[in-house]
Design a protein around this ligand. Structure first.
Ligand code: NAD
Length: 257
């Protein structure tokens, strides 16, 4: 497993103990990294603080990714407390409930804007504030989380599929932009996992069941398996990998029928 001893990481997207970002935070901390977690609102602050208390010497900071002032304050706090950054995990996504249950053709202008802003643009804005901190450490690794709904149609995934397509394209453009500064940008496209965000998608349990039946490995993926793949993309083992979308889905994406 990756050695992240002495590394400094920012993980955005922990809501509760089932969050993919929390699994990654635990694995990164176990590999020796010092972790900063964020919370987007006062409502989630206590949850995040309780989880952070399980880590060694964590930093907990506010950050609603839709607010530029939060991003600026986050960068300033990280600079002051960490003095640099080795990795960033972006595990943020949101779409309004109506957009995840109505026919896609009914997607509203506002629903489209919100989903793309929170779920895709936020990778660009976070990368922009993280990059100068990573340069101070000689480079870094940025990792986001995506889903196959970016390329294929899944019932009710709707505008989130469009947001994930934008997110994956952003991974490639950011990788190209930041590569000269030794900053790598990659994504894990995870198979479905029952989390808070997933519970917003109508009929999500039937997606889980179809994966179990049809994926080559005949099962769903677990949080720890996504976290293990994340350790590869955050660590030195992937030092020549950038702009990549790594499918961690028990092989489901290769199946035609
Ligand atoms: P989750 O609900 O635990 O995580 C989503 C996070 O986004 C939450 O922590 C939430 O607080 C955060 N968030 C929402 N709006 C925000 C804002 N304005 N500012 C800051 N943070 C905000 O669910 P998850 O499934 O762990 O999702 C993490 C990522 O993994 C998402 O990008 C999701 O699309 C992706 N993903 C999930 C699955 C799955 O099946 N669960 C599969 C593939 C990819």
């Amino acid at each position: 497993m990756a050695d992240l001893a002495g590394k400094l990481g920012l993980i955005v997207g922990v809501a509760n103990k089932r969050s993919i970002s929390w699994a990654i935070a635990q694995a990164a901390a176990a590999a020796g990294a010092r972790i900063a977690l964020t919370y987007p609102s006062e409502r989630l602050e206590e949850n995040v603080r309780e989880l952070a208390a399980k880590l060694e010497n964590p930093l907990v900071l506010p950050c609603d990714v839709t607010k530029d002032e939060d991003l600026a304050a986050l960068a300033a706090s990280l600079d002051r407390e960490f003095g640099g950054l080795d990795f960033l995990v972006h595990g943020v996504a949101f779409a309004q409930a109506a957009e995840l249950s109505s026919p896609f053709v009914q997607t509203s202008r506002e629903g489209f804007r919100v989903a793309l802003d929170v779920s895709a643009y936020s990778l660009i804005s976070l990368a922009r504030v993280a990059a100068p901190l990573m340069e101070k450490r000689g480079g870094g690794s940025i990792l986001t989380l995506t889903y196959l709904g970016s390329q294929r149609v899944f019932p009710n995934y709707n505008v989130m599929g469009v947001a994930k397509a934008a997110l994956e394209a952003s991974v490639r453009y950011l990788a190209s932009d930041l590569g000269a500064r030794n900053i790598r940008v990659n994504a894990i496209s995870a198979g479905p996992i029952k989390t808070l965000a997933a519970s917003g998608i109508s009929g999500f349990s039937s997606i889980l069941q179809v994966y179990r039946e049809r994926a080559p490995l005949k099962r769903n993926v677990e949080l720890a398996e996504v976290a293990d793949a994340a350790m590869f993309l955050l660590g030195a083992g992937s030092r020549a990998v950038t702009g990549e979308i790594l499918l961690v889905d028990a092989g489901y994406h290769i199946v035609g029928l």
